[in-house]
Every structure is written in structure tokens, then in C-alpha cells.
Design a protein around this ligand. Structure first.
Ligand code: SAM
Length: 330
């Protein structure tokens, strides 16, 4: 089956085979708007305004994670590269552009985009966490990238003048905005008219075994508090239409939600996968402290049994699903 996307603003057409790698499905505007309407209650209840206490909680959690994101930088870049490619495509990033990266973590997608926009373009990397900024800045220095700047700030409150950038992107960061509506409004404010804002977020847990396998194994042994679906969390925007509805409420035009199916791949073994997951994730690090040494091998074995089919080829390869949600400033 072939899916056709036509975007009236550019007249651009894309044909893709649904069975091809990086398979995508598009929600055309009408259908997605209907979904966004279903999200009415959520949007009506959406809080605006900064909450410093909540912001500190998120920032502190990520500050502790920064050293692990530095440790696994190369693997992370490789595992999530299809998300960067999706953002670059959806935000129409090319040579000579000025691009804002919101929540750039240990450096992606900033570092890749700096190479794409070239010396005539530039990237402004941002992240509210000092450890993340240091990590990304050090890597840009090692690569001798001269067209990238760094600013420690939150996506909800960007220290840039209106219409400063050609495009703004966020890879796996929008779900951690304390105030997502404010964050999207800020992104739209700082891009020029007609500029794109584009966010990559995870699809549902069930479509992302890279995350759910270790979590499920640990949750069998550690009591977990009931999750608030609107709290900052990796799967906060997994529901179709949820983030797209926020973009529309923030005033974005031509909002498109693209489902991106890809493989999370890296040349690591099952044992390294366990270590990677239990170090990178703040919630898993916390839960691990509640597992007794006697129980640890049982939990590890449960995760290994569930994960081994994703290592059958000798390297890690998990199916994954993300949403890339994009809108334009008018
Ligand atoms: C899952 S990591 C993603 C990092 C990087 N973009 C990547 O894809 O590798 C989430 C990032 O969001 C950042 N973050 C947390 N709260 C934020 C906020 N309010 N505004 C912008 N970024 C935020 C964290 O510090 C962290 O670096």
C-alpha cells in the first residue's frame, strides 16, 4: 500500500511504500484534528505558567543522568539516529539555516545538524541541565565544530528574541517540559514566519520493547507508584494527537504527526543492554536500589529471557516507534 502526503504549503509530495524501512503513516490534517478534539479535556486542563518546584525535580533527575548519557554518547547517537533524520526531514533543515535544538542532552541532534547546515549556517544547542551542556560542548570541541553555540536554559522559557531561527527541533525532550504548551509557544515565538518546529517523542510502550522489557521485569519485583499520564515521562506524548493538539493550541499551522517505525540498533550484547538500560534511566536506577542482591539475578534473567530474541543476529536490534510532530509558524 502506498501512502501519499501532500502539504499544501509547499506542494511537496512524498510517496513511500508502507513496507519499507522507516515505514511511516501520516495522519492527514482532518483526521488528526478529530483526534485532537478528542483530547479536548486534556487541553482544556492544560496548565500554563512555570512551576519552579516541578522544573527543579525534572532538572535534578536529568543532572544525575548526564554522566550516563555522556558514557553512552556514541551508542545513543547510533541508536536514535533515525529520529534525528526524521526531524531534519520534517523541519526542512538544510545548508545555511539557523537551527535551535531544545533539550539537546549529550549533543543530539545538534551535532549532526551542525554538520548539515555547514559553515554558512549555525546551531543553538540548549538544555536546562549543566551536565548535559558540558557533555555536548566537550564533544563539539573534540569535533572542532565552529558553527554551534550552547545555552543552558529550559524549553519553557527561551532566552532568544522573536524570529531568531529558521527552525526549532527537540529530540525526546518535549515530554519533559514542565509546561508543554509554554514550551511549544516559545519554540514558535523564536522561529521566523513560515519556520518549522518539530518534536520527536516516543510512541506507546507496547511498540517500544527497548524500554518496556527491563521496566516490566523490574516492576514484577518492585512496587511502582501509579503513573500520572501527564507528568514528565518518556511516554507522556505516546497517544496519537496529544502533542499535535498542543501544537495547534499554541498556534502552529499545518500540524502533521508522523509515525516513525524504525530499529534501535547497536553492536552490543545482552549483558551490556541490561547495564545500558539500568544506568541511562533515572526511574530504573531508583528502582534498582529496591532490589535485593538475592533477587537481582532473577530480575536480570527475566529481562534476558524477554530480550534475547532482539539479539538473535549477534547485535541489538529492537523495533521502535516514535511520533514526529511538526507545525509551522504563521
Ligand atoms: C531523553 S533526553 C534527550 C536528549 C537528546 N535530545 C537526545 O535525544 O539524545 C531528554 C533531555 O531533555 C532535557 N530536558 C528536561 N527538561 C527540559 C526542559 N524543560 N526544556 C528543555 N529540555 C529539557 C533533559 O535535560 C535531557 O537532556
Amino acid at each position: 500500500m502506498t501512502l501519499l502526503k501532500t502539504e499544501p504549503s509547499t506542494g511537496r509530495q512524498q510517496n513511500e511504500s508502507q513496507s519499507s524501512a522507516g515505514q511511516r503513516q501520516e495522519f492527514l490534517n482532518g483526521e488528526r484534528r478529530a483526534r485532537a478534539r478528542e483530547m479536548g479535556d486534556f487541553l482544556a486542563n492544560l496548565k500554563t505558567g512555570m512551576n519552579p518546584e516541578a522544573q527543579n525535580k525534572v532538572v535534578n533527575a536529568w543532572q544525575e543522568s548526564a554522566r550516563y548519557w555522556e558514557k553512552y554518547r556514541a551508542l545513543i547517537a547510533q541508536m536514535f539516529a533515525p529520529l534525528t533524520a526524521g526531524l531534519i526531514e520534517e523541519a526542512r533543515i538544510g545548508i545555511g539555516q539557523k537551527v535551535l535544538d531544545i533539550g539537546g542532552g549529550s549533543g543530539e541532534p545538534s551535532l549532526t545538524i551542525a554538520e548539515i547546515v555547514g559553515p554558512s549556517g549555525s546551531v543553538m544547542y540548549t538544555d536546562p541541565v549543566a551536565g548535559m551542556v558540558e557533555s555536548a560542548q566537550a564533544e563539539a570541541g573534540r569535533r572542532a565544530l565552529a558553527n554551534i553555540e550552547f545555552n543552558q536554559c529550559s524549553g519553557d522559557d527561551l532566552p532568544f528574541a522573536d524570529a531568531t531561527f529558521d527552525a526549532a527541533v527537540g529530540r525526546l525532550s518535549a515530554m519533559f517540559f514542565v509546561d508543554p504548551l509554554a514550551g511549544v509557544r516559545e519554540a514558535l515565538r523564536v522561529v521566523r514566519d513560515d519556520g518549522y518546529v518539530s518534536f520527536a517523542v516516543w510512541g506507546p510502550k507496547e511498540a517500544n520493547p527497548f524500554f518496556s522489557i527491563v521496566n516490566d521485569a523490574v516492576d514484577r519485583f518492585v512496587e511502582s507508584p501509579k503513573e500520572d499520564p501527564d507528568a514528565p515521562d518518556a511516554f507522556r506524548f505516546a497517544d496519537r494527537g496529544k502533542l499535535a493538539g498542543i501544537l495547534e493550541k499554541a498556534g502552529a499551522e499545518n500540524v502533521i504527526e508522523r509515525e516513525l517505525n524504525f530499529q534501535i540498533e547497536a553492536p552490543i550484547a545482552l549483558d551490556q543492554f541490561w547495564q545500558l538500560r539500568t544506568e541511562m534511566s533515572e526511574s530504573l536506577r531508583k528502582k534498582m536500589t529496591d532490589i535485593t542482591p538475592a533477587r537481582l539475578p532473577i530480575v536480570k534473567q527475566a529481562a534476558a529471557d524477554a530480550a534475547k530474541k532482539y539479539f538473535a543476529s549477534g547485535k541489538m536490534s529492537f523495533p521502535a516507534q516514535a511520533l514526529i510532530v511538526t507545525g509551522r509558524k504563521r
